[in-house]
Design a protein around this ligand. Structure first.
Ligand code: 13P
Ligand code: SF4
Length: 302
């Protein structure tokens, strides 16, 4: 069975599997750690393994490679490309910096290394307001997620300049206010828990807004028994698995909130990646050095 072969390969090659909360159930089950972007970056720093198999999207695997220049980081399917990270270009970022010379740049971790290399600091959905508030400048260039930018602006004293003008996650964009009304009609006792990549109108109605792992923590600790979940549907597997004994119920706000790129990794691809030790995630050395500075600053802050 693929699962057993993966376990054997992992042991013989001193490898670990890190998986994002949106991964397929079978990938979550074989992973050594499942978490949100911030937790995965931390785990990548802490591990003694020589090989990291990263089951997430490109910018996450790239971050792990930047933090571990001496380790081999593998991504089972190179097609796992986050469309939001593609929305910000170096040219756009350079132009915004030129136009706003006094502003500092905080970029969402959902960016590629060439943009990260130009940032003062990186943030994730778990720490964005905290990171932005600690910056020296009163004005912050923030990208690429316009919805996260609005979330940050409401929770900090800073003026936020979003770049690009309307960067978004196509998956979270599927979740509409109408889904919340429909969900509440069908499950009136359920609390609404959403991700800050959702549109502001959805965030305003929600009972709680958090990163994916923050959503898991909230639901586990809450007294309530029913939850309407506003993020990629893959999180429901982890929620159900970790609250089995609590008898809690979770409903997706939108069944169509699926991130196809996150679903590209399969057990067969993980096994192949481990066996042949490829595809390797490579980041150009100079870019990696600059991007490391901005990621490391975030890890120190949060
Ligand atoms: P988290 O950091 O909250 O896991 O979010 C990552 C992401 O890509 C959400 O779409
Ligand atoms: Fe990117 Fe959205 Fe998929 Fe997250 S859910 S990886 S932001 S496209």
């Amino acid at each position: 069975m693929a699962r057993e072969r993966i376990e054997r390969l992992k042991r013989s090659k001193n490898a670990i599997i890190l998986a994002h909360n949106y991964q397929r159930p079978e990938i979550q089950d074989i992973a050594d750690f499942v978490g949100d972007s911030l937790e995965l970056a931390r785990r990548a720093v802490e591990t003694d393994a020589e090989i990291i198999v990263f089951c997430g999207v490109d910018f996450m695997a790239e971050t792990a490679a930047i933090l571990n220049p001496d380790k081999k980081v593998l991504i089972p399917d190179l097609g796992a490309i986050c469309p939001m990270a593609q929305m910000l270009t170096v040219e756009e970022l350079e132009e915004a910096k030129e136009k706003n010379p006094d502003a500092e740049v905080v970029l969402y971790i959902n960016t590629l290394a060439d943009c990260k290399a130009l940032a003062d600091c990186i943030c994730t959905s778990a720490n964005a307001p905290k990171v932005v508030e600690t910056m020296d400048s009163d004005t912050i260039i923030f990208g690429p997620d316009h919805n996260l930018a609005r979330y940050v602006e409401k929770r900090t004293s800073k003026r936020i300049i979003p770049i690009p003008e309307y960067g978004l996650c196509p998956t979270h964009h599927q979740i509409a206010v109408e889904d919340l009304w429909e969900g509440k009609k069908n499950h009136p006792a359920a609390e609404i828990v959403v991700h800050p990549e959702c549109i502001p109108e959805v965030q305003e109605i929600a009972d709680h807004i958090a990163s994916t792992s923050g959503m898991v923590r909230y639901c586990k600790e809450a007294r309530g028994k029913e939850f309407l979940i506003g993020t990629e549907v893959g999180l429901l597997y982890r929620l159900q698995k970790e609250t089995k004994t609590q008898g809690k119920k979770f409903y997706p706000l939108s069944e169509s909130a699926v991130c196809p790129q996150m679903k590209m990794h399969t057990l067969t691809k993980v096994e192949k990646a481990l066996e042949f030790e490829k595809p390797v995630v490579l980041v150009q050395r100079e870019l990696a050095k600059e991007a490391w500075r901005a990621i490391e600053r975030m890890l120190r802050i949060s």
